[in-house]
Design a protein around this ligand. Structure first.
Ligand SMILES: [Zn+2]
Length: 321
């Protein structure tokens, strides 16, 4: 049985699946400056390929059953933020190669699934810009085609907080025939859960996102890159909207801020700033959150920004129930 069929069997049987943790913030932790207003960690694929490969290897060695390509910000529209759009094909191809090489490097890792990450549409570093469905669709179609031809097995849509680009991404991903996991970012505003990131929200709900993700290829919904405290409530709401498997991979922080808005003005290295902004949840505390999400019905768990191979190892070596 191939690894993707085996993954679907695990989902169907309700077994807990552990994904990898953060990639961009891990690159930052290892000393490479990434540009949050540009293309995040996109150019690391070609400029520091050994580091990206090693991060994938470290997650596999920590026990992750899924590794995610460093393609969070590598669609043409996002690469254009740093004048890298001419390298769209090269950067996306390279990122998948690095994940494949990492898997080949690790003995017994044939069953590790390579997920191709695609994220919300943010042209020219302006997250407030709302794309048209058509321009987002064109952007995602190009990126997902390269990722699939390069060898990904699963499409991980990540950090979606608007239905317009989510719907376009689901459409583009569906056209490839691969399974899709939809990742939603959520926030709590006045006791209500909305789709949103860092205080930007437009009154759309998890239910709206599930409706926008209507496709036979969508196999799971994850609450991801959301404050850990919000994640549990979002899972409960998600459970009322879908019978598909659910997952959760929060970012590792903003513990005390349920809205997830962080002030990032402190001095220090970029990683130190992320670490403070994200709250630097240690692996033990993160495990407690993961256990709560599992109680809420999540069977896919992992980490997003600020989590490290140590966090993932803590999940794979402890009982999650
Ligand atoms: Zn994240």
């Amino acid at each position: 049985m191939d690894s993707i069929s085996s993954l679907q069997n695990k989902l169907d049987s309700g077994r807990i699946i552990v994904m990898d943790g953060g990639t961009g913030t891990e690159i930052s932790r290892r000393g490479v400056t990434i540009d949050p207003r540009g293309s995040w960690s996109a150019n690391t694929n070609t400029e520091f390929p050994d580091m990206v490969r090693q991060i994938h290897i470290d997650y596999i060695l920590a026990g992750a059953e899924i590794i995610t390509t460093n393609t969070f910000s590598t669609s043409r529209a996002t690469l254009a933020n740093e004048g890298l759009s001419a390298q769209t094909e090269e950067i996306n191809q390279k990122s998948v190669s690095l994940a494949i090489e990492a898997r080949e490097h690790c003995d017994g890792a044939e069953t590790v699934v390579i997920a191709g990450s695609m994220s919300a549409f943010e042209p020219k570093g302006h997250p407030e810009v709302t794309p048209s469905y058509e321009e987002a669709l064109q952007d995602y179609r190009e990126q997902v085609k390269i990722l699939v031809e390069s060898g990904i097995q699963l499409i991980a849509l990540e950090m979606f907080s608007r239905t317009v680009d989510l719907k376009a991404a689901v459409q583009a991903a569906t056209e490839t025939g691969l399974p899709i996991w939809v990742g939603l970012s959520c926030e709590n505003h006045d006791g209500q859960i909305y789709l949103g990131i860092a205080g930007r929200y437009a009154g759309e709900t998890i239910s709206d996102a599930v409706i926008a993700s209507s496709s036979p290829n969508v196999k799971a919904f994850c609450i991801m890159h959301s404050p850990p405290k919000v994640t549990a409530d979002a899972l409960k709401e998600l459970r009322n909207c879908t019978s598909l498997p659910m997952g959760a991979y929060a970012h590792g922080g903003s513990i005390d801020d349920e809205r997830g808005i962080t002030q990032n003005q402190e001095q220090g290295s970029q990683w130190e700033k992320y670490r403070r902004a994200l709250g630097a949840t240690d692996p033990e505390k993160y495990l407690e959150y993961v256990r709560e999400w599992v109680r809420c019905g999540a069977i896919i768990v992992g980490g997003c920004c600020g989590t490290t191979p140590d966090h993932i190892r803590f999940l794979t070596t402890n009982n999650l129930k």
